[in-house]
Design a protein. Structure first.
Length: 211
């Protein structure tokens, strides 16, 4: 079976077909990591790029993400059964005032595929909740997402909250989302910015290995 077919069905938002194809791929003995990377992630990467270029819009991204999540439901227990040990712990959330979670959910799944344990704080997360989660759960990595230009400044508040709590040197703060840039990341004093979920997962894995 060609895994590109899964990618194509995700781009078309065909949730039921994605679920069936993922199961078929597993039944054929295809490595679950390949299914994840060459099927699910590849499909969302195309949609993400089209969204970034103004060729796709939020409804299409939502439908594609829903299709990907259906495939992920089949894959997750298989990946867990493979006995992948946690390579680190991260907390993730969409910042206060912002209710968008498609990007956050995608990043969460990709981080988990790299063997990280992820504490999902949800959406509309105030700075103090990021601090509390990092301290109580011993997270070395904090991932903040924002889709709106109006909520971007909260990321600076998150950085300042960690400074005020005396934890800034104990965590790495990663920021992302449609309006975020590397220049903005540097401006607010965060540690890392990545332009897409796949790169975010790679960088996060490197960070956790080095800590």
């Amino acid at each position: 079976m060609e895994l590109s077919l899964i990618s194509e069905k995700i781009q078309a938002g065909r949730a039921k077909e994605v679920k069936a194809l993922v199961q078929q791929a597993l039944d054929e003995g295809i490595d679950p990591n390949r299914i994840l990377n060459e099927g699910l992630m590849a499909g969302m990467a195309v949609i993400g790029e089209r969204f970034k270029n103004g060729e796709a819009f939020v409804p299409e991204v939502l439908v594609a993400a829903r299709a990907m999540n259906k495939g992920a439901e089949i894959l997750k227990p298989v990946l867990a059964a493979a006995g992948v040990k946690s390579s680190g712990k991260a907390c993730i959330g969409t910042v206060k005032g912002d209710l968008h979670d498609v990007g956050k959910n995608l990043v969460k799944m990709m981080l988990e595929s790299k063997g990280l344990e992820v504490i999902d704080l949800g959406t509309d997360v105030p700075p103090e909740k990021f601090v509390e989660a990092a301290r109580d759960q011993n997270c070395k990595l904090v991932c903040c997402s924002a889709l709106l230009t109006t909520t971007m400044p909260v990321m600076r508040d998150v950085v300042e909250a960690f400074k005020a709590a005396g934890l800034r040197d104990k965590v790495r703060i990663m920021v992302g989302g449609a309006p975020i840039t590397d220049a903005y990341c540097k401006e607010i004093g965060a540690d890392y910015y990545t332009s897409d979920a796949a790169r975010c997962a790679d960088v996060a894995a490197e960070i956790c290995r080095s800590l």
